[in-house]
Write a protein that binds this ligand. Structure first.
Ligand code: AMP
Length: 266
């Protein structure tokens, strides 16, 4: 596996490869959810590139950024074992040579005003900025992202439209623990008991209203809830639970850790 820290070196290596490129952007602390994206890319493309970059511009909460788990040595081992071809590990100054204050703005419209957009102001602008920069560096044919971050996929699709990008966005299903907890780098900050309690999210998808879902989370150790929402999977406009197709999304705090998850009922 080739490792690069500099965009220019990454670019000259990739440009001379002449292969179809699949790209998996991550913030590291890799788990089976990330590795499923690597597997999907390897199946579809001749060369797979993974980036590991904890992007400061997408954290609206500075504490969340400071506490974000960093496990680079273990990540590199996992990528190597998975057969990833190239890993890009840029520094903040490599990604943002002019600093992080004056960034490009993306006109995302409605999608940025709801759910994660509403509760994490500026988050999706940061996501668009970094994915756009990474795409310019890697110039992949396909971009692999997880449905665990359902709204993020919709946002990135919009950004690709706005930038006239020809990259194909491939969405991959959420990988869960055998009991149903969606794998997340932030789970590393939970105790075993909190992980057990967090299964209330998975059980909540089976409940018949947002109110019951919220009540169940609060009864199972969650401190607070940003939202439990039922929406149309295409438009993300709110609709009643039970009217298929629908998508339930949740964001809630347990042990000071903000977890998100979602499930589609087709
Ligand atoms: P992150 O490192 O959290 O920014 O995630 C990098 C990519 O991995 C994103 O496209 C996520 O949606 C995806 N991802 C994270 N967790 C999972 C999971 N449990 N299942 C599938 N994809 C995931």
């Amino acid at each position: 596996m080739k490792q690069f820290q500099k965009t220019s070196e990454l670019q000259s290596y990739l440009q001379s490869s002449g292969k179809s490129i699949g790209f998996v952007p991550t913030m590291g602390a890799l788990h089976e959810g990330h590795l499923a994206l690597i597997k999907a890319s390897k199946k579809d493309c001749e060369l797979t590139v993974c980036s590991i970059f904890v992007n400061p511009t997408q954290f609206n909460d500075p504490t969340d950024f400071e506490k974000y788990p960093v496990t680079l040595a273990a990540d590199l081992e996992k990528l190597e074992a998975e057969g990833c071809d190239v890993v890009f590990v840029p520094s903040v100054s490599e990604m943002y040579p002019s600093g992080t204050r004056q960034l490009k703005h993306y006109d995302l419209g409605f999608i940025e005003t709801i759910l994660e957009g509403k509760y994490r102001p500026g988050h999706f602008q940061g996501v668009c900025v970094v994915v756009d920069l990474l795409l310019q560096a890697v110039q992949p044919h396909k971009l692999f992202m997880g449905e665990k971050d359902y709204q993020q996929i919709a946002v990135v699709r919009k950004m690709l439209e706005l930038t006239n990008s020809s990259v194909e966005l491939v969405k991959c299903p959420t990988v869960r623990s055998s009991e149903g907890l969606a794998l997340s780098s932030r789970n590393a900050r939970l105790t075993e008991e909190q992980k057990e309690q967090a299964l209330a999210i998975y059980r909540g998808f089976g409940l018949s209203s947002e109110t019951e879902f919220k009540q169940s989370l609060l009864e199972n150790g969650f401190e607070s809830i940003d939202y439990v929402a039922c929406v149309d999977p295409q438009t993300l406009q709110e609709k009643p639970v039970g009217e298929k197709p629908y998508l339930i999304l949740v964001a809630a705090f347990i042990g000071g850790v903000r977890l998100i998850d979602n499930k589609t009922f087709a």
